[in-house]
Design a protein around this ligand. Structure first.
Ligand code: 6PG
Length: 467
């Protein structure tokens, strides 16, 4: 039986300290350290009764030197240089049998490289995606593990104990080797970006096209949270839109500058999608929308120069709800197609049913839909396409007409809906046996003699323009 490692955690920022308390709460002893020792002292002081199982150290090196072997050290430091330098330091201090766990949002290409580097030194490396924000880290996140099965066996009891539970089952699993866990977390975030963008697009139409107040729209989201749209993001949207700014008495959303931040996971999803020749158009639209949002002054100038106008729309509440459901299904479908492509490229053998299961609780995109998605992956799914699974094909047939009405009304009246529109175009493209790339092929042949396949057989044909 694999011996359970002694646990250490480095990095006591918001997420690190929440995860540390979660580990302690579950009865495990824990060593901790932080770049600045003051933070460690503060953490110990605030840990209350939980401090009994806590050993603090002045630095990462001190912790590595003083922990009994076998050691498993969880890094909760920002992606990039802080992770890189912590790993370099640990490689010189740890011994075979010890494990380094990067639990941040790391680009999976870095995780693959680091796995080779660390394991080349005789140590074990785990790239672990953790979703759920501070609340999740403290009380139960969804955890996506990448590494060897032996590495997983060494930490499994702890990870399953601290993870969120769905029907009593831990929302954590070993998903594949090296970068698999971090990539699945990255795609989770890509879907998160798309879902957030689609929600905000519908908010925009209701607000500026139908004159509804944030509180009225918030009440709609609150009521949707009990049906097919039930999800964490719909729930918090309902709460956010009904909140009031204590300083001004205005709706809280109205005092927030409309410039969205992004740390990189949405962009990484997209970069990998493009690299693998996949369409993640709804995620692309969401990433682009955040980029445009950061150009606040350009948009202020643009409204004046281009006479931007938004006119009224008249859509039913059901149309909005159905449109969001259809768009959300499509965003998930794009995410799973990308996971499938990466799984093949990197030989990960990802289990899509299992991934949807561990996303059912704890993570940011948790939703009622994920239970149906896992059932679909365990059932009949023609060609591995989520949108072809009977339950989803039926749902799309029922809800895409509403998505079409919402996108059409938005477009006609000047309300930008990039993510919803690209979701719709994706499904329209996928449901058309003969598309229009015959013309692209003709153009390519015309200007570059690239050749094309004929419908009656054979490749390398040229058009009459070359006769
Ligand atoms: C999660 C979140 C978390 C983080 C995002 C935010 O799953 O818990 O996705 O990882 O809040 O990285 O990302 P942006 O700052 O890029 O929006």
């Amino acid at each position: 039986m694999t011996q359970l490692a002694n646990l250490g955690l480095y990095g006591l920022g918001t997420m690190g300290s929440a995860l540390a308390l979660n580990i302690l709460d579950n009865g495990f002893a824990l060593h901790v350290a932080n770049r600045s020792a003051d933070v460690t002292a503060e953490f110990v002081a605030e840990a209350g009764d939980l401090a009994a199982k806590l050993t603090s150290h002045a630095s990462l090196a001190d912790m590595a030197r003083n922990m009994p072997a076998p050691r498993a050290i969880i890094l909760m430091v920002p992606a990039g240089n802080p992770v890189e330098s912590s790993i370099e330091e640990l490689c010189d201090l740890l011994e075979p049998g010890d494990t380094i766990i990067d639990a941040g949002n790391t680009d999976f290409h870095d995780t693959r490289r680091r796995t080779a580097l660390v394991e080349g030194r005789g140590l074990t490396f785990i790239g672990m995606g953790v979703s759920g924000g501070e609340e999740g880290a403290r009380h139960g996140p969804s955890i996506m593990v990448g590494g060897t099965p032996q590495a997983w066996a060494g930490i499994r009891p702890v990870i399953e104990a601290i993870a969120a539970k769905f029907n009593g089952e831990a929302c954590a699993d070993h998903l594949g080797p090296d970068g698999a866990g971090h990539f699945v977390k990255t795609v989770h975030n890509g879907i998160e970006y798309a879902d957030m963008q689609m929600i905000s697009e519908l908010y925009g139409i209701m607000r500026y096209g139908q004159g509804m107040s944030p509180a009225e729209i918030g009440a709609r989201f609150e009521s949707w949270d009990t049906g097919a749209l039930q999800s964490y993001l719909v729930e918090i949207t309902g709460k956010v839109l009904q909140a009031v700014d204590s300083k001004t008495g205005a709706p809280a959303v109205d005092v927030i500058l409309d410039r969205a931040g992004q740390k990189g996971t949405g962009r990484w999803t997209l970069i990998e999608a493009l690299r693998l020749g996949q369409s993640a158009s709804a995620i692309e639209a969401a990433v682009a929308a955040r980029s445009w949002s950061s150009e606040k002054q350009t948009r202020i100038d643009g409204e004046a120069i281009l006479s931007g106008t938004r006119t009224a729309v008249d859509l039913s509440e059901q149309d909005y709800a159905d449109a969001l459901l259809a768009a959300r299904i499509i965003a998930y479908a794009q995410g799973f197609r990308l996971l499938a492509a990466a799984s093949e490229e990197y030989n990960w053998s990802l289990d899509f049913a299992r991934i949807s299961e561990i996303w059912r609780a704890g993570c940011i995109i948790r939703s009622a839909l994920l239970d149906d998605i896992s059932a679909a992956f365990r059932g009949e799914m023609p060609k591995g396409q989520l949108v072809f699974a009977p339950a989803f094909a039926e749902r799309l047939k029922a809800t895409v007409p509403a998505l079409r009405r919402v996108v059409a009304a938005a477009v006609l009246n000047g309300h930008p809906v990039p993510a919803c529109a690209s979701a719709l175009s994706f499904i329209d493209t996928l449901s058309m046996a003969r598309g229009t790339t015959d013309l692209i092929q003709a153009q390519r042949d015309f200007f570059g003699m690239h050749g094309f396949e004929r419908i009656d057989g054979g490749a390398g044909h040229h058009g009459p323009w070359w006769d």
